[in-house]
Write a protein that binds this ligand. Structure first.
Ligand SMILES: [Zn+2]
Length: 191
């Protein structure tokens, strides 16, 4: 009886210690990045923990939801904090059947992991990832302040052929074509 009480309190203690360490690692990552980042508007720690909880939930719907949040996120501080736990996220999501209809949900997870690795390695501007994921709608990206649509090229003056978009951070231009069949998607190529 005494022994089981001891084991329970020991495992509770370990859990608390892990939680504190996890919190501390996120806090320090965020502070480190804040010193170097030009982005303002720090996302609350609650958002980071909520995305992490979804990734480690073993629930396919939650993992899909977290993956889409990361895919569309342009907040470097938030991404940097999540990237600290990339190994834990990879391990927690490994081998889980995610399902999906026309586009497999694993596509979103694979891109989210690629994006977190990219951020962790400080590999460059996030716009370089536009060509790696087919759901970056240029209209939304402009609304979110990430790019500026500098030109809309039309066919016969009626239908949109493609957009020319410029990254608001690194000023690289892209030719963006909308494609689709069962669902709309976009191809981004350096212009
Ligand atoms: Zn850029």
């Amino acid at each position: 009886m005494q022994q089981s009480k001891f084991i329970t309190s020991l495992s509770t203690g370990c859990f608390l210690l892990r939680s504190i360490l996890r919190w501390f690692r996120h806090f320090t990552a965020k502070r480190h990045y804040t010193k170097n980042a030009s982005d303002k508007g720090v996302k609350p720690q609650m958002v980071i923990m909520s995305i992490l909880d979804k990734f480690t939930s073993k629930n396919p719907q939650q993992i899909w939801s977290a993956s889409c949040e990361v895919a569309k996120c342009n907040n470097l501080e938030l991404l940097d904090s999540l990237a600290v736990d990339i190994i834990a996220i990879e391990n927690a999501t490994k081998g889980i059947t995610l399902g999906g209809a026309l586009c497999p949900n694993s596509y979103h997870l694979e891109f989210a992991l690629k994006k977190l690795r990219y951020v962790k390695n400080r590999a460059g501007c996030l716009c370089a990832l536009y060509s790696e994921y087919m759901f970056f709608n240029p209209i939304d990206e402009e609304k979110n302040g990430n790019i500026t649509i500098t030109e809309i090229v039309k066919i016969d003056g009626k239908w949109i052929d493609y957009h020319i978009c410029k990254c608001n951070k690194c000023h690289v231009s892209y030719k963006v074509e909308e494609r689709g069949g069962h669902f709309a998607f976009w191809s981004w190529i350096k212009a």
